[in-house]
Design a protein around this ligand. Structure first.
Ligand SMILES: NC(=O)c1ccc[n+]([C@@H]2O[C@H](COP(=O)([O-])OP(=O)(O)OC[C@H]3O[C@@H](n4cnc5c(N)ncnc54)[C@H](OP(=O)(O)O)[C@@H]3O)[C@@H](O)[C@H]2O)c1
Length: 344
């Protein structure tokens, strides 16, 4: 393996799934200075201080049974310079190890939003621990679109975030970008599910919880000490949809609401407006709700599953900074993780 002497970064990756596997591929293709020295999934782990051969990691990994504590002990005991722990799982247990790892002077990079969207005290602890070593998580929101990075950069320059508006769910974005009332809303949701844009149970996307967790992270990055319970979600569907015992029952209950939604959307269209499910942070209050917006709003023209954020700050008071692009996908997410690794 060729390396740039003195510039090696030692990566310990947990979670070579969709994003993690793509990350290994991108490292192999583009980053000779990165040595992957530890790999673990939910079942196995494998270490090689000289660098794991990335052509055959899938067979090499079945080396010893995975133990999270054992993985961290081994990583710490190797004492390698420029070590980075990369968490590409969605596990709470893995997220709960970040403080210990940072205290061991090893940086942490992750797309896993469990730690940053948990209690504010955990968020703050990790921020405080990341002064000498880095804790980087650009891919927590918008699959690594530079939303977190932009807020951090503005604040680092002494700017103050006044308002954030954002659509941070590819599913909710797609539904309202596609739905114009000509087909029933429940049919549009079925189409989205068939295209793989929703969770197996689409009510998990439509309840806004996942977007609320991402929006909470943005609010914290903007300087607000909010908890998850401080994010007001104003659901656009009745509670009965979310209590449905099966996915098919969910669709039936959703269909009962088709006519009402169709009226709402057509009425807005008559007035030149479109509905979007938007997170808004203003005056320290964070709300997720369906909003009718006109053509002068930056979210009026988005399409497909795009994510978007508009940040108004003291230095950008009239025209917000707008960041828009794909909000999901292993390639873009892994690229954002990789960018954070080389920032170490
Ligand atoms: N996919 C996207 O577009 C996207 C976008 C933004 C952020 N993210 C975030 O990126 C992370 C990874 O997503 P993904 O789609 O790649 O997930 P995934 O395909 O389900 O892969 C998860 C990986 O984590 C491993 N894992 C799970 N629990 C573990 C544990 N306790 N200890 C060790 N390994 C464990 C799994 O091991 P096994 O192989 O043994 O099951 C698997 O390798 C998630 O936090 C997700 O929210 C994903």
């Amino acid at each position: 393996m060729s390396t740039l002497l003195g510039n090696e970064i030692h990566v310990f990756l947990v979670g070579p799934g969709g994003v993690g596997k793509e990350l290994l591929h991108q490292i192999q293709e583009t980053k000779p200075e990165i040595r992957v020295v530890g790999l673990g999934n939910s079942r196995f782990m494998h270490f090689d201080p000289n660098g794991i051969d990335l052509d055959s990691w899938e067979t090499l990994i079945a080396d010893e049974p995975m133990s999270l504590d054992g993985f961290i002990e081994r990583m710490v005991s190797l004492h390698l310079d420029n070590s980075v722990f990369v968490d590409c799982t969605s596990s709470e247990a893995v997220a709960a190890t970040y403080a210990t790892i940072l205290q061991s002077h090893i940086s942490v990079v992750t797309p896993n939003k469990k730690a940053n969207s948990g209690p504010f005290s955990t968020y703050l602890e990790l921020q405080n621990l990341s002064e000498d070593v880095k804790f980087l998580y650009d891919a927590n929101v918008g699959a690594g679109l530079p939303i977190i990075h932009t807020i951090q950069t503005l604040r680092r320059a002494g700017d103050q975030v006044i308002k954030i508006e954002a659509i941070l769910s590819g599913t909710l974005s797609y539904l309202f970008n596609t739905y114009d009332g000509s087909l029933p809303f429940s049919t549009i949701v079925r189409h989205a599910q068939r295209k793989g844009y929703t969770e197996p149970d689409p009510s998990e996307d439509l309840n806004g919880m996942d977007m609320a967790r991402k929006f909470l992270i943005l609010a914290r990055e903007a300087g607000y000490a909010l908890e998850r319970s401080d994010i007001d979600i104003l659901p656009f569907l009745p509670e009965s949809c979310f209590d449905a015992p099966t996915v098919e029952e969910f669709y039936q209950r959703l269909a009962d609401y088709d006519e009402q939604l169709s009226y709402l959307v057509k009425d807005a269209a008559d007035k030149g407006a479109k509905y979007r499910f938007i997170g808004t942070l203003e005056d320290g209050r964070a709300t997720l709700s369906l909003k009718a917006i006109g053509p002068d709003h930056p979210f009026y023209h988005i399409s497909g599953t795009d994510n978007i954020a508009a940040i108004t700050s003291r230095n950008y008071p009239k025209s917000p900074v707008v960041i828009k692009g794909p909000g999901a996908g292993a390639t873009v997410t892994a690229a954002a993780v990789l960018a954070n690794i080389v920032q170490n």
